[in-house]
Design a protein around this ligand. Structure first.
Ligand SMILES: *[C@@H]1O[C@H](CO)[C@@H](O)[C@H](O)[C@H]1NC(C)=O
Ligand SMILES: *[C@@H]1O[C@H](CO)[C@@H](O)[C@H](O)[C@H]1NC(C)=O
Ligand SMILES: *[C@@H]1O[C@H](CO)[C@@H](O)[C@H](O)[C@H]1NC(C)=O
Length: 278
C-alpha cells in the first residue's frame, strides 16, 4: 500500500516552456482535430464559478468554431488527478477539450486542498489524503456537477475523461443512473473490477506500459471485465510512458509529448464517436 500510494503521486511536476497552442485549430475542417489544439503551457482561458460549495473550472467552446454547433447540449466533465484544478496542465487540457468544441467543466475534487505538486513536502501524508478523498467524499462533488450541467446549463449528454485518481470516477459515473454517457480514463488508479463491471455506457482507456499500478496484470483483468459488460470499449497502450503521462508528460521529450497528445485525441475521438452524427 505504501509503495502503491507513493507511486500514484510520485511524479514531479514539470513546468515546461513553449508556445501556446493555436486558439481554434483549423476552423475550416469541421470534424478533424489534431494536436494543434492541445495547450501544454501558457495561461488557462477558462474561469472559476461556485456551485454550492464546489468550485468549478469552466471553459467554453468558441461559438465560431464549426465543431461547437455539432456538439450543442453536450459537455465534457473533466475529472482530475490528485493535483486537481490547481495544476496548470489540468486547466490547459480542459481548455483543449473546449477547443475541440465541447463545453468543459472540471470540478475541484479536493475542496481547495489537492495534493501538492511535489508530494515529498514535509507533512503530506498520502495515505491520509487518499482516505479523506474516497468515494464518500468525491461522489457527491461529481454528482452535484452532473446536476449543475443538466439543470443549470441545459446539457443533455455528458462525456467524462478522468486522469489517474479521476479515472476511477469516470467509470463510477458511467454506471446506470449516475448521469455520464461516455467515459475515458487515462492511467486510472484505485479502479476496482466491480466498478468496471457496472458500466452502462462506452469507455476508453489510455494506459502507460510503465504504470506500476495499472500494470500488465491489472490491464488484462480489466479487459476481461470489460468484455463481460457487453459495452463498447477501447484499450490503448502507449510504449515508453509512465503513470501520469496524459497530464504531466515531459513535453520536451518528443515521445512523451506525442503520447500525451495522442491520448488526448483518443478521448476526443471517442466522445465524438458517440455524440456527433455524420
Ligand atoms: C457541501 O455541500 C453539501 C450539500 O449541501 C454538503 O452535504 C457537504 O457537507 C458540503 N461539504 C463541505 C466540505 O462543506
Ligand atoms: C498518515 O495517515 C495515516 C492514516 O490517517 C496514519 O495511520 C499514519 O500514521 C500517518 N502517517 C504519518 C507519518 O503521519
Ligand atoms: C525532458 O526531456 C528532455 C528531452 O529529452 C530532457 O533533456 C530533460 O532532461 C527531460 N526533463 C526531465 C525533468 O526529465
Amino acid at each position: 500500500m505504501r509503495a502503491a500510494s507513493f507511486s500514484l503521486l510520485s511524479t514531479t511536476l514539470l513546468l515546461v516552456g513553449g508556445a501556446v497552442a493555436g486558439s481554434h485549430g483549423k476552423s475550416a475542417e469541421c470534424s478533424a482535430v489534431d494536436a494543434s489544439i492541445v495547450a501544454h503551457s501558457g495561461q488557462p482561458v477558462g474561469s472559476e464559478v461556485k456551485n454550492g460549495n464546489v468550485t468549478l473550472y469552466i471553459t467554453k467552446p468558441d461559438k465560431k468554431n464549426p465543431r461547437t454547433k455539432a456538439r450543442a447540449n453536450t459537455a465534457v466533465l473533466y475529472l482530475t488527478d490528485v493535483f486537481g484544478i490547481a495544476l496548470p496542465e489540468n486547466k490547459l487540457l480542459a481548455d483543449s477539450f473546449a477547443r475541440a468544441g465541447y463545453l468543459t467543466v472540471a470540478p475541484d475534487l479536493f475542496g481547495g486542498s489537492p495534493a501538492p505538486g511535489d508530494i515529498n513536502v514535509p507533512g503530506f501524508n498520502t495515505t491520509a489524503f487518499l482516505a479523506a478523498h474516497g468515494p464518500a467524499a468525491t461522489d457527491p462533488i461529481i454528482a452535484s456537477t452532473v446536476a449543475y450541467l443538466r439543470d443549470q446549463l441545459g446539457v443533455t449528454r455528458i462525456a467524462a475523461p478522468g486522469y489517474c485518481f479521476g479515472g476511477r470516477y469516470a467509470f463510477r459515473f458511467v454506471a446506470s443512473g449516475r448521469g455520464v454517457d461516455v467515459g475515458y480514463a487515462a492511467h486510472p488508479s484505485l479502479l476496482e473490477s466491480g466498478e468496471i463491471a457496472a458500466i452502462a455506457g462506452p469507455v476508453s482507456i489510455a494506459a502507460a506500459d510503465g504504470d506500476t499500478l495499472f500494470n500488465a496484470q491489472a490491464r488484462a483483468a480489466a479487459e476481461a471485465v470489460l468484455l463481460g459488460t457487453g459495452q463498447k470499449y477501447q484499450v490503448d497502450l502507449y510504449s515508453g510512458t509512465q503513470h501520469g503521462f496524459a497530464v504531466r508528460a515531459n513535453v520536451s521529450d518528443e515521445s512523451q509529448r506525442w503520447a500525451k497528445e495522442e491520448a488526448f485525441l483518443q478521448a476526443v475521438r471517442w466522445f465524438d464517436r458517440f455524440f456527433v452524427k455524420g
